[in-house]
Design a protein around this ligand. Structure first.
Ligand code: TRP
Length: 338
């Protein structure tokens, strides 16, 4: 009953490492908030992760459990959200095969997100076909579940556009069974890493992980980039580009105190160490309950496994139904058996 009234959301992550504060502000927080009002599917995109890690599948399999623990520890509720593993839903690979025929190489080459990633990863002659075509596989992820909404950052907008082009082409060529998805663009942008230079990411070694110990978090916060011109406590300091204040804006609930600190910092007389200690408190307030929940689940990994299996089964149900409709629409449902 509920499923019919609630809109469907599809979201997910590549399991290539533990999730960090950037994931938290960018998506995890909103997933926890959205799970009450939407039918939320969360895909652990191991197939997508393989598209640029074919030589190291262990990196992916090793991180799946950790990512699920990250989800559960921030408060994603397996009763409300369906967490599942991409490779365990073979219909996703099947739908990708059908979609591959609906997209031209030229169109894929124009996808700005992929273009940028290819440049970043320095793929030239070594670009794997699987990586090049991952937007098509991602379109299958979204459409197999008939997602109405996909929460994304601005940079992912071209992916949704490409998905909807595929949907329109499929529906026009065959039969209108697939639905277009809308972006739910998050207001909270990306978080800068503790180096103050780049977006927080595992590969750059500038991340604070949800699973970090208090000691580690302290070490990272104390080493955070601030205003390099702020040498003595009495000097006036800059707020713009100051990572510690960016984090306070992102995580502190007491906005008044933060505004007062900004004023004092700009005027001079407020030291970096004091601000960092305040930030550490703010982060610990966020991370302590997350660690507590993680510890509970870690004590019972069988239960976590069960949650994943149940998620897979729920996803499988929807997948079967949609792929049946897809085959019917295409007229390739031989002998009516699939
Ligand atoms: N591309 C996402 C990431 O890099 C993971 C992902 C796979 C995804 N399929 C998706 C996200 C479908 C949203 C919708 O983490």
């Amino acid at each position: 009953m509920e499923k019919q009234t609630k809109k469907t959301i599809l979201t997910g992550d590549r399991p290539t490492g533990p999730l960090h504060l950037g994931h938290y502000v960018g998506s995890l927080k909103s997933r926890v908030e959205l799970q009450d009002s939407y039918n939320q599917f969360i895909i652990i995109a191991d197939l997508q992760a393989l598209t640029d890690n074919a030589d190291n599948p262990k990196k992916i399999s090793d991180n799946i459990m950790g990512v699920v623990l990250d989800y559960l520890s921030v408060g994603i509720d397996p009763k409300k959200s369906t967490i599942f593993i991409q490779s365990m839903i073979p219909e996703l690979a099947e739908l990708t095969m059908y979609f591959l025929n609906l997209v031209t190489v030229a169109r894929l080459q124009r996808n700005p997100t992929v273009k940028e990633e290819i440049k970043q990863k320095d793929f030239t002659e070594s670009l794997p076909v699987g990586f090049f075509t991952y937007p098509i596989s991602q379109a299958a992820d979204i459409t197999l579940f008939k997602a109405d909404l996909v929460p994304t950052g601005e940079d992912q907008l071209p992916m949704i556009e490409q998905t909807n082009e595929i949907v329109r082409k499929f529906n026009r060529l065959y039969h209108p069974v697939l639905v277009e998805a809308e972006c739910l663009v998050s207001q909270t942008g990306r978080l800068t890493g503790i180096d103050g230079k780049n977006k927080m990411s595992k590969s750059l070694g500038n991340a604070i992980y949800l699973s970090d110990t208090p000691k580690k978090v302290e070490k990272k916060v104390m080493s955070m980039y601030t205003d390099p011109g702020h040498l003595r406590v009495e000097d006036p300091g800059k707020i713009a580009g100051n990572t510690v204040f960016e984090y306070l804006d992102a995580f502190a609930t007491d906005k008044e105190t933060v505004e007062k600190m900004k004023k004092d910092y700009k005027k001079g007389g407020l030291g970096d160490v004091v601000v960092k200690k305040y930030l550490l408190n703010v982060l610990e307030e966020l991370l302590t309950p997350i660690r507590k929940r993680r510890a509970e689940y870690e004590k019972d990994l069988d239960k976590v496994e069960k949650i994943i299996k149940q998620g897979n089964a729920r996803a499988q149900e929807v997948a079967k139904q949609t792929i049946h409709e897809v085959r019917e629409a295409m007229g390739i449902n031989y002998f009516g058996e699939n």
